[in-house]
Write a protein that binds this ligand. Structure first.
Ligand SMILES: [Zn+2]
Length: 458
């Protein structure tokens, strides 16, 4: 039996994936040719390993793609992409693990494994086996993001994520404990440790971050105020690695909130630097492409489309051209004012499977929400419905405001004009009182608020 510490060569690991803080004086500032040379070498290696996994071998053979064809980064698009439905079908055909895993429970005495599952908001959960190397490398990527967002070695950090079938709580813990020497105070969610107790602990230990959803963190700010504490002064928060509305979070805590992007199967992909000109991609671990939502072909630089991810850091279950159907853009490689040449992508801009073709124009609920909310009289809350009126598709955005009902019609009219002007199609807007969308968005019961419902038939 080989123990976890015997499996990973930590010198090799740190040479390939520098941990913070040295990363930000090192590979963060690498020259474009060095970034791409290393990226291509890692990509070739990853492709050869992925080819040993039945899920990939079948698809690649069928598409006439072989890993030896990878002679430049541009050759990557010759490999077939896949979507979440393909992974689900794999799990259904050979439960419980599918045929896309690059590790096996039979080999666990040689290399310890962990198993995590996707959030499974729709459909069956998708398991991923992580090798010890994958855990360590993934934790380094996450530690970098936490550092960039303001967490520093030696800090006390409250981890209020739910320990469950998914990756989040463990990944944060591993990053903080193993790569930042932070003292982790594990509280779990509000149902495990009451919100008052969460605030009390964060205050007593002067925690510099509370890891949880943006919504729950805002709730904790309210609880702190009820307890007579000023969240900006009495709490010692220095970082907001919380996903939520940046403007609202920054106003509540008086510190910056930087955006980041990642998902269950690949962990942390990219993070915004203080220049706020896009999210820098960890190119020692990923190749990010943007593809057309309908054709799957790479789009021109700067054009919106679906994020197609290839990770190059894992030794276990590969993700090689995974079209995750999250929308974003990829910017041309340029040096950022922070000094980094790492390519930048836009923030998460919605889900492609929520796309509605409205009179020939592709529209996404999240884009509608962003435009509709561009009015200080409105709450940061919206819900979009797609309906069919006769043979015509229609979309309506529902908005809320604390303003007097006499003003609602004017606010709705202004939102409709903005949408027509910026999207080029007519989208209806309806305004109601603050809080009236809570049952639709499930904002108090779901970790991720719902923003869209498709009510068209067929
Ligand atoms: Zn930058």
């Amino acid at each position: 039996m080989r123990r976890p510490f015997e499996v990973v060569d930590h010198d090799a690991l740190m040479a390939r994936h520098q941990p913070p803080p040295e990363y930000f004086e090192g590979d963060w500032l690498a020259k474009p040719e060095d970034i791409e040379r290393r990226q291509l070498a890692a990509l070739k290696d990853r492709a050869q390993r992925a080819y040993q996994v039945p899920f990939f071998r079948k698809r690649w053979d069928a598409a006439g793609f072989h890993p030896d064809q990878l002679q430049s980064l541009a050759d990557l698009s010759a490999a077939p992409a896949y979507k979440v439905d393909d992974l689900r079908a794999s799990v259904e055909a050979s439960p419980p693990l599918g045929d896309y895993q690059g590790a096996s429970l039979d080999g666990v005495l040689e290399e310890p494994l962990r198993i995590f599952m996707s959030g499974a908001t729709t459909g069956a959960p998708r398991p991923t086996l992580y090798t010890q190397w994958d855990r360590e490398a993934g934790a380094i990527l996450m530690a970098r993001a936490l550092y960039l967002q303001g967490v520093r070695p030696g800090d006390v950090v409250v981890n209020a994520w739910a320990y469950s079938t998914h990756n989040g709580a463990f990944a944060f813990d591993e990053a903080l404990h193993k790569w930042l020497n932070c003292t982790v105070l594990t509280t779990g969610t509000g149902t495990v440790t009451s919100s008052r107790r969460q605030v009390e602990l964060a205050h007593q230990y002067q925690a510099t971050a509370i890891l949880t959803t943006g919504d729950y963190l805002l709730h904790l700010a309210e609880v702190a105020k009820e307890m007579g504490l000023d969240p900006k002064v009495d709490l010692n928060l220095k970082a907001l690695p919380n996903i939520g509305d940046s403007a609202v979070l920054e106003a509540a805590f008086g510190i910056p909130n930087y955006q980041s992007y990642g998902f269950h199967e690949v962990q942390w992909v990219s993070v915004e630097c203080p220049e706020r000109q896009g999210l820098h991609i960890y190119e020692d671990a990923f190749v990010v492409e943007i593809v057309d939502p309908e054709t799957g072909k790479p789009v021109l630089e700067g054009e919106p489309g679906c994020i197609c991810i290839t990770e190059t850091y894992k030794t276990g279950s590969p993700q090689f051209r995974y079209n995750i159907q999250d929308l974003s853009v990829l910017y041309p490689r340029e040096q950022c004012a922070c000094g980094s040449w790492l390519r930048r992508m836009g923030p998460f801009a919605g889900r492609a499977d929520n796309m509605v073709k409205l009179r020939g124009v592709n529209v996404w609920p999240e884009a509608i929400g962003e435009i509709a909310l561009d009015d200080p009289r409105l709450d940061h809350d919206y819900f979009v419905r797609a309906t069919r009126e006769g043979k015509r598709d229609e979309m309506t955005v529902h908005l809320t405001t604390p303003a007097d009902p006499a003003d609602w019609q004017g606010i709705a009219g202004a939102a409709e004009s903005r949408l027509k002007e910026r999207l080029g199609v007519r989208i209806g807007a309806e305004v109601a009182a603050s809080g009236s969308l809570d049952a639709w968005t499930e904002i108090h019961t779901s970790p991720k608020p719902k923003r869209f419902r498709d009510e068209r038939e067929g």
